[in-house]
Design a protein around this ligand. Structure first.
Ligand code: HT7
Ligand code: ZN
Length: 876
């Protein structure tokens, strides 16, 4: 396949200032007439061929300036239309008619059908599956779109921008015209046509303009969009208040569809969502679902400024919109909920998804320099690490200067297709700082390691840190440069308060942030009478791995007393992780597993500490996952031994705190009405974590069965079902709960996804066969990405013991499934295949089986570019 390189970027010879599109919609034969105003790039006196992108298109006709084009004057293939000698005028008009078949489109890119609704997905390169175009993000055009459809089939006709006109046509057809005044790249084009229910509301912007809001869902599901609508209005207000960004069209529409490759899409004025991220009520959605809906509604809305008004020059700049918009949605959720709890959750996600990517064969810089398939670069690195990089800019500049930089960014680049260099430049300009070393965070792949040794000298009252950074090699980048790492810190005194020091030398310190610019630093704090405990990387100020030589005593102390909530969580989590790694090694060596009573007691202290938020306590008590343990242990991984060690620690903590946990569990039962707010969700989270512990004790299955039977919301019901299916699968209680759940929700696809997920993640050798059998369940469909992700994706990413079964049965099933998904939807298949990326850290026997699986995929016939790219990089 072709390799695209950042350094090969050239502006296009032609621009398309205006685009008119007319769709005559029919499932098997939709006509698309595109009328383009094409312009030569200013200053250019030549008229080179006009080469338009296509993808599987059928061309019907071409006209230039109103005259049909002689077939000798152009060349067309399904993937390209070349107009050999365009008119020599500065501007000319091109008319192109193509025919497409939305009903046959199973890749869900371009124009397709989901539940009989016509919808589009154009990012990254889907527009070329609709019509020939300069399908690249630096070609900004003003679109006018006319949609024609049968009124009975599609009473609703939506496109980007503002509605202009609608009316009837002959033979039961009708039309609507939409105009989007803001120039946009083709990847933001969208159209929806069908028969949907509507939830209407309105929003008055800060300057007093009224915006009509609409959320469109399947008929009968309108009630389930109430939470999403509320989240939308909160997002709109927040962006005004925190970033000074006002909405700019008369309408803002969101459509929920059930077949969607990703979470949602920020098309200008017409966001299209995976219905999983719109529909919710307490009966069907968990607290995590509510939080995700809030975050994704906000994320897509925030793209209106970061992505749409200012877009990307090319796809190498993807993090310009994605990292920044993730940062904005993180800040929004932090303001709506608990900031410290949100931060802990973010870091857990980063470590679970981005660290393994950065530390494995698929590692790439936040701004990659090359790609073969852009769809494979919508990654945790671009999104989550991209957000962390923006957060570091704010840490370095301070909040006020950061905001000035953002204001300048919007002022300077509105209406443009920008680059990471443009983004960094605004912050250099407002701060007067040189960010060239900092820019390595965008250009250099890999997670930096920072090692720290601390020492105190009472006689000279000096506290010294020996700090060293290193970035491990990553594919095609063996030598790494030294990075600027901002580490927020505190020196914690015996009373738990941060102590003051007289002066510091050896590194720059500003506002309790230590700035590392060199490979090694010796940092000396003077005027430090007593040896403090060092709390480093507070709030996770830099996305690094940190190893500090620290006594267990200090770690316990920080876990009890650090004033920074994140670091307090981190200290306890580090204690747990170290314990679990040694438990894993003991279990692998066939030794009995023992735990320190201090640790078991501390778990009880945290659980009962009323000064801590419920959600914080729930997060602290959630043991590192099997995948977390595997990642931290790094090599020679045996998932069975990891599971055994983790289960042993669960049980030991539960036994040591049985009475306390039982009492807390009962005290936390809810009496009032359901609310999805963060405080109520926190109570449920803590109670459900306690259930998990208590279910390891005698009568655990009965307790979980009662929890299940008495649940009045999906959060509690799913938590109980998980405990039953994961820890007590062979009991009658588990069987009854699984059947009861299935009977109750059989016709609700999104809830059935949870039923698939819970079973697919059940540990143990038996799960492979159960998952295989579930692929024939009537609620399962290989063509639907949500179903595939729930059953197959969950099995491959959240089931360490099942997927990595020692005999390779998990892999065999996986390979077969990935290859059948690929036939319809290469993008979803490629993403599934990334589940094998950490194969080299497995113990030798599993490693060989995993490699065999990858090789089998790589040898399949007619492998898609998407899947080939992932598999070849994973094996390299
Ligand atoms: N910007 C959106 C990306 C997206 C996407 C990319 C490739 C294929 C399908 C897709 N659907 C959505 C999502 C976002 O970050 O907001
Ligand atoms: Zn995004």
């Amino acid at each position: 396949g072709q390799v695209f390189r950042l350094e090969d970027y050239r502006p296009s010879d032609y621009l398309i200032p205006l685009t008119g599109l007319t769709f005559r919609l029919s499932p098997d034969g939709t006509s698309v007439v595109s009328e383009l105003t094409v312009e030569r790039r200013s200053g250019s006196t030549e008229n080179p061929p006009l080469v338009l992108d296509g993808d599987g298109l059928v061309l019907k006709r071409v006209e230039i300036d109103g005259t049909s084009l002689d077939p000798a004057a152009y060349e067309s293939t399904p993937d390209r239309l070349t107009i050999k000698t365009p008119p020599a005028t500065q501007q000319f008009r091109v008319l192109i008619e193509t025919e497409i078949a939305p009903s046959k489109n199973q890749a869900l890119m371009g124009l397709y059908r989901s539940n009989n609704v016509y919808c589009t997905q154009c990012e990254a390169e889907g527009f070329r599956r609709i019509t020939y175009f300069l399908d690249r993000p630096d070609i900004l055009s003003v679109y006018t779109v006319r949609i024609e459809a049968r009124r009975d089939e599609a009473p609703l006709l939506l496109a980007n921008g503002n509605p202009v006109e609608r009316g009837d046509l002959a033979d039961g057809w009708h039309y609507a015209i939409w105009h989007d005044p803001f120039p946009k790249p083709s990847y933001l084009f969208a159209l929806v046509a069908g028969d949907l229910g509507r939830v209407a509301d309105s929003f008055v912007t800060v300057s007093g303009r009224e915006v009509e809001l609409g959320i469109y869902v399947e008929h009968g599901k309108e009630r389930l969009a109430a939470y999403a609508m509320d989240a939308l209005k909160r997002s709109m207000r927040w962006d005004e208040e925190v970033f000074g960004r006002e909405y700019d069209l008369d309408v803002f529409n969101i459509v929920a569809v059930s077949d969607f490759n990703m979470g949602a899409m920020e098309n200008k004025g017409l966001n299209i969502f995976n219905d999983k991220y719109v529909l919710a009520d307490e009966e069907t959605a968990t607290d995590t679902d509510f939080a995700n809906i809030e975050a994704i509604i906000a994320h897509e809305y925030f793209h209106n400024w970061t992505g749409n008004r200012i877009t990307c020059r090319d796809w190498f700049q993807l993090c310009l919109k994605e990292g920044l918009t993730v940062f904005r949605d993180h800040e929004f959720s932090a303001d709506q909920r608990s900031r410290s709890v949100k931060r802990i959750a973010e870091v857990r996600t980063l470590r679970a998804h981005q660290f393994p990517e950065d530390q494995g064969p698929l590692a790439h810089p936040v701004r990659p320099r090359r790609y073969r398939e852009i769809n494979n670069f919508y990654t945790a690195t671009v999104y989550e690490k991209g957000s962390e990089v923006v957060r570091m800019i704010r840490t370095i500049l301070g909040k006020a200067t950061f905001r000035k930089g953002m204001d300048l960014y919007f002022e300077r680049h509105d209406g443009e297709a920008a680059t990471i260099e443009d983004f960094l430049k605004v912050f250099e300009d407002v701060s007067g700082r040189d960010l060239s070393q900092f820019a390595l965070w965008y250009h250099q792949a890999g997670t930096p390691n920072v090692t720290v040794a601390a020492s105190h000298d009472a006689s000279s009252q000096q506290f010294t840190l020996e700090i060293e950074q290193s970035v491990p090699p990553t594919p095609s980048e063996s030598r790494k440069r030294v990075m600027h790492i901002p580490l927020a810190f505190g020196l914690v005194g015996p009373d738990g308060k941060d102590i003051a020091y007289d002066s510091v030398e050896g590194a720059t310190v500003e506002d309790d942030v230590l700035h590392l610019h060199k490979r090694r630093h010796t940092v000396r704090f003077s005027g430090v009478k007593e040896r403090p405990a060092i709390s480093l990387n507070r709030g996770f100020s830099a996305p690094i791995t940190l190893s500090i030589e620290q006594s267990a005593q200090d770690q316990y102390f920080l876990a009890r007393h650090d004033s920074d909530a994140f670091s307090r969580w981190q200290a306890f989590n580090t204690l747990l992780t170290e314990t679990l790694i040694s438990a894993f090694r003991q279990s692998r060596g066939g030794k009995p597993i023992e735990f320190s009573t201090d640790l078991l007691e501390l778990a009880g202290t945290i659980a009962a500490d009323e000064t801590l938020e419920h959600a914080f306590r729930a997060l602290a008590l959630t043991l590192p996952s099997e995948a977390d343990i595997a990642r931290e242990a790094a090599s020679n991984i045996d998932p069975d031994a990891i599971l055994a060690g983790r289960e042993a620690l669960m049980a030991a903590i539960a036994q040591a705190n049985a009475d306390l946990f039982t009492k807390l569990y009962h005290d936390l039962s809810s009496d009032g009405a359901f609310s999805p707010d963060a405080a109520s969700a926190g109570r449920r989270a803590l109670r459900n974590v306690l259930l998990d512990y208590l279910s390891t004790l005698p009568n655990g299955a009965a307790l979980a069965a009662t929890h299940f039977a008495e649940a009045t919301n999906m959060t509690d019901r799913a938590a109980a079902l998980t405990v039953l299916a994961h820890r007590h699968i062979d009991t009658p209680e588990a069987k009854e709960a699984l059947t009861g759940f299935e009977a109750r929700y059989r016709s609700d696809a999104l809830v059935m996804d949870k039923w698939f997920q819970i079973q697919a993640s059940a540990p143990g050798a038996g799960t492979v066969d159960r998952v295989k059998k579930l692929t024939t369940h009537p609620a399962f469909a290989l063509a639907n990405p949500n179903r595939v992700r729930s059953l197959i994706g969950t099995f491959a990413t959240l089931n360490q013991t099942g997927f990595h079964r020692a005999d390779g049965a998990g892999y065999e099933f996986f390979v077969e499934t990935v290859l059948s998904v690929e036939k319809r939807n290469p993008q979803v298949a490629a993403r599934l295949a990334t589940a094998l990326r950490s194969w080299r850290s497995l113990e030798p026997r599993r490693q060989a089986k995993a490699r065999e699986a990858l090789v089998t995929i790589s040898r399949a016939e007619n492998l898609s570019a998407d899947l080939r790219d992932i598999v070849e990089r994973t094996l390299a």
